[in-house]
Design a protein around this ligand. Structure first.
Ligand code: ADE
Length: 233
């Protein structure tokens, strides 16, 4: 089984490279892909750079060029649901692109013709994430993740995202990766650790907690791999 592990920022992938230091690397489309033998399986790791376009390209490369059969996204997000505190984890129950707007033509916010507002992750991967959470004794929220090409740092925008998309967390890549995986029929899971509350202090919180939150997410993904991969040997 060949599994893609994708992050957006270097800091989101560094914890994996520390865990698995024996890799070969290949450049495609401005990204470095790290190939790691993991038991009888293969991991392909990359960070895409920030945003929906970069992450869509990286996810596509992982699937079409490197032949990845499942994809796990690991990274950080801004918390919108007040239950989510810095360091908490969330997996997406569904994802939307909150910055898609063709309402001028009578479509709902976030809707693209011949697509849908929400894209759904793989239920088996999400179930494995919940098993890992149970094993580790941590709460894992399953909620709506809204993605767009802005860093959200205001209470007004938070309210807007909750009102229009019932979003629990916000980030800048999940929905584009979800779209690519959905269209290419590759099961995926989007996991995020909360680095900030997407409010007026979000920038400071993000800088302070990015590394720790990225490590939390990476540790969780490693535990998921330990549960998932024996099923395919
Ligand atoms: N990723 C982490 N925090 C974020 C925020 N507040 N807005 C967008 N993406 C994020």
């Amino acid at each position: 089984m060949r599994i893609a592990i994708l992050g957006a920022m270097r800091e989101e992938i560094t914890p994996f490279l520390k865990k698995f230091p024996n890799y070969t690397q290949e450049e495609v489309g401005g990204n470095t892909f790290y190939k790691i033998a993991y038991r009888e399986h293969e991991l392909v790791l990359a960070y895409s750079k920030i945003g929906k376009v970069h992450s869509a390209l990286s996810a596509s490369s992982m699937i079409l060029k490197f032949g990845c059969e499942k994809l796990i996204f690991s990274g950080v997000a801004g918390g919108l649901n007040p239950k989510l505190k810095v360091g908490d984890l969330i997996i997406a129950s569904k994802l939307c692109q909150y910055d898609v707007d063709i309402t001028a033509f009578g479509h709902p916010l976030g809707f693209i013709p011949e697509s849908s507002v929400y894209i759904y992750p793989d239920s088996q991967l999400n179930a494995i994430a919940q098993e890992v959470a149970q094993q580790k004794g941590i709460a894992l929220m399953e909620g709506v993740i809204a993605s767009g090409d802005s860093f959200v740092a205001s209470s007004e925008k938070k309210k807007w995202l909750i009102k229009n998309f019932q979003a629990d967390a916000v980030e800048m890549e999940g929905a584009s990766v979800a779209n690519v995986c959905h269209l290419l029929k590759v099961p995926f899971c989007i996991l995020r650790s909360i680095s900030d509350s997407a409010d007026g202090e979000a920038d400071v919180s993000f800088d302070e907690f990015l590394e720790h939150a990225a490590q939390t997410s990476a540790d969780f993904v490693e535990a998921m791999l330990e549960k998932l991969l024996p099923q395919f040997t």
